[in-house]
Design a protein around this ligand. Structure first.
Ligand SMILES: Cc1cc2nc3c(=O)[nH]c(=O)nc-3n(C[C@H](O)[C@H](O)[C@H](O)COP(=O)(O)OP(=O)(O)OC[C@H]3O[C@@H](n4cnc5c(N)ncnc54)[C@H](O)[C@@H]3O)c2cc1C
Length: 408
């Protein structure tokens, strides 16, 4: 069976649904979104859900602000709450090395007009009862920072897109992107049906290279393991309204979680995967054979300097999943010169919850030929030249981008 559309989006995670929403807002034509599992069921379902505004890279604060704006818009459009938890954030410095980053963050927030205040160790202890503040020098307090259930946000984008006419097809896998004479012509589905369209957006996350590479397009990212641990419940140490915290000196972050504490720690050498290892559903991928214990014991010491009790606390849950990292830790948004009509929003670098709304807006502006609200050059899919995403050396360079990550 053959159907037609103006735009096909592959992937119903945060990046596909936000693109669908932003394109529908721009009345970009008949849009069909194909998702091989369920909406928000893959990487999106595993996120720690931080909406960190404190960014110093060009364009990033704008992309994150757009997500906050989308949340408000969608709540109004659907007349439903997306349950944004505005607990604020603390980015904490305990060394000369991280102090510079902290000051840059504070200045970037000031320039952008986001509420931010420098606070000392005493204020940090008042907000985070669990912290040993002996080594804390100073912190940036950003009271308007928030976290949100990523699956709820993703379903919000999808519902708002549907309300504006987007056809959302779940349990509908794309087996190939069709093309002829260097331009895309549509997609073939798993059941061999075809949907024809002049524009195809590859937002298939960890799987996006499996669809693009047969067209000669190597997207410069690979799945890298992201993970966090959730402690046992202790409401006096971890009150539900405490800020989330970013600890660059420990390569760690924390977030309250109904009386428990989410603790994310980046290991010194992160693990990358070949996209084929993701199977068709991450439920079938064993990201850490020992449930994260060996990684925790190797990497927790820097964090324990801030929270000595951590080593004696019970761990209730471990969560791991793929985030697609890029060697320069910047997103992949836009088209490619070799294939007309092919676009992508991918390479989320662990930031698709925070920046997804803005990534969708930027991509939709590129697709519709509008002036873009941020400079698109830093996100150009072709900025590394030709790459082979299946090359282990390339995959390691992507993992290194996460190994060096210190932010939230
Ligand atoms: C442990 C962890 C913690 C994280 N914490 C944060 C955080 O605090 N803040 C933050 O901003 N980000 C965070 N992230 C990152 C965030 O989850 C991702 O940036 C985001 O979910 C990426 O969305 P996506 O749409 O690219 O990927 P996905 O959610 O994986 O969506 C891709 C979709 O494409 C579909 N698909 C694949 N192939 C096909 C095909 N052939 N046909 C049809 N559909 C297909 C898949 O089924 C999937 O649903 C975290 C990630 C992890 C794993």
């Amino acid at each position: 069976m053959t159907q037609t559309a103006d735009i096909i989006i592959i992937g119903g995670g945060l990046l596909g649904t936000s693109a669908a929403y932003q394109l529908a807002k721009r009345k970009a034509g008949k849009i069909v979104l194909c998702e091989q599992n369920d909406i928000a069921s893959q990487a999106t379902s595993r996120a720690a859900c931080l909406l960190t505004r404190a960014r110093t890279k060009p364009g990033l604060m704008e992309l994150v602000q757009e997500t906050y704006d989308c949340i408000e818009e969608i709540e109004t459009e659907l007349n439903e709450s997306l349950d944004l938890q505005q607990v604020g954030s603390l980015t904490i410095s305990a060394s000369e090395a991280s102090k510079k980053g902290l000051e840059d963050t504070y200045m970037a927030a000031q320039r952008f007009g986001i509420e931010a205040e420098m606070v000392g160790p005493k204020a940090v202890k008042e907000m985070l009862p669990w912290i040993d503040n002996t080594s804390v020098r100073e912190a940036v307090w950003m009271p308007t920072d928030a976290f949100i259930d990523a699956a709820l946000l993703c379903n919000g984008y999808a519902k708002a897109a549907k309300k504006r006419g987007v056809v959302v097809r779940t349990r509908t896998g794309v087996s190939a992107i069709l093309h002829s004479n260097q331009r895309v012509t549509g997609v073939r589905l798993g059941n061999n049906d075809e949907i024809h369209a002049p524009v195809v957006i590859d937002a298939a996350g960890a799987w996006s290279n499996l669809l693009s590479y047969p067209l000669g397009i190597g997207l410069p990212h690979t799945p890298v393991r992201s993970h966090f641990w959730i402690t046992e419940v202790n409401p006096s140490l971890f009150p539900a309204n405490q800020p989330f915290a970013v600890l660059p000196d420990a390569r760690a972050f924390t977030r309250p979680d109904v009386g428990a504490l989410i603790v994310g720690i980046r290991e010194p050498e992160c693990v990358s995967y070949d996209p084929k290892e993701m199977k068709t559903n991450i439920e079938h991928v064993d990201f850490t054979p020992d449930n994260g214990w060996s990684t925790l014991s190797q990497s927790a010491s820097l964090f324990e300097a801030f929270f000595p009790q951590f080593r004696d606390l019970g761990i209730a849950h471990y969560m791991a999943g793929p985030s697609c990292y890029v060697p320069d830790a910047n997103f992949i948004i836009g088209g490619v010169s070799s294939m007309e009509g092919f676009y992508t929003s991918s390479g989320c670098c662990g930031g698709g919850v925070a920046a997804g709304g803005g990534m969708g807006r930027l991509l939709s502006e590129i697709v519709t030929g509008e002036e873009t609200f941020v400079n698109a050059a830093p996100f150009d899919p072709e900025r590394f030249g030709a790459i082979n995403p299946f090359d282990p050396a390339f995959q390691k360079s992507c993992a290194d981008a996460r190994s060096n990550k210190k932010g939230g």
